[in-house]
Design a protein around this ligand. Structure first.
Ligand code: NI
Ligand code: MN
Length: 228
């Protein structure tokens, strides 16, 4: 499985020959604005919630990937369907569905979810993704919450997790380290940090905190790809 970081909470995951794009927010991200979104290829666009810093580039990327399937909370897929997205797959918290790359279970996130025009986006969500190449947890914007322990019941082969670590709008790295314990994973890929003023963190302190708790925090460079 290949994971490429595109800034903020945007990741491109290649698994079983398919490209999964999570939470595209690139052109509006001061740190990622030099990435050419016209070149992004995706078979699935997966959105955790309706906030603009997670879905702002969805339509632009969809234009170049008209066969892509949009997977998100029902309110969000309807909102994008009304703007011309043809292939949508609505889900809601607690549901699992099998796709060609593997299965997605939409799980609880403790966060809000308003769409860019102020319409309600339903509940914010995270995803447990199970594939032949391993399982991972995409937390989305969330506080630390005790239901994360359920993830470890649903997958005992979790390889890694993408988690917010920037604090203020989501959990910070200390809570993310506890979250890693709850879900049963050693390797966390940090997200939702540094993009704007409220969420700037010390990389060194965050990494050391994980190390001191026998865990690993990966902070990827922009457009860096890792094999997991
Ligand atoms: Ni958010
Ligand atoms: Mn956010």
């Amino acid at each position: 499985m290949q994971v490429t970081y595109l800034g903020h909470f945007c990741f491109l995951v290649e698994v079983n020959g398919l490209k999964l794009l999570f939470d595209p927010f690139i052109s509006g991200n001061p740190l990622a604005k030099n990435i050419d979104i016209q070149k992004i290829k995706a078979d699935f666009i997966i959105l955790s919630h309706g906030h603009a810093d997670h879905c702002a580039d969805t339509l632009e990327i969809y234009k170049n990937n008209p066969n892509a399937t949009l997977i998100a909370m029902y309110e969000i897929t309807e909102w994008f369907a009304n703007q011309g997205v043809k292939n949508t797959h609505p889900m809601n918290i607690g549901g699992t569905f099998s796709f060609d790359f593997g299965s997605i279970k939409m799980v609880q996130a403790v966060h809000s979810s308003t769409l860019p025009d102020g319409k309600p986006g339903g509940s914010a969500a995270g995803f447990l993704i199970k594939t032949k190449e391993g399982d991972f947890y995409f937390a989305g914007d969330t506080a630390l919450h005790y239901d994360m322990k359920l993830i470890s019941l649903w997958s005992d082969t979790l390889k890694f997790a993408m988690m917010p670590i920037g604090d203020n709008f989501t959990m910070g790295y200390e809570d993310a380290c506890i979250a890693a314990d709850f879900v049963g994973v050693e390797k966390v890929i940090g997200a939702h940090y540094d993009s704007f003023g409220y969420i700037v963190i010390s990389h060194e302190e965050a990494k050391n905190h994980f190390k001191n708790n026998q865990k690993e925090l990966l902070l990827l460079n922009l457009e860096e790809t890792i094999n997991l």
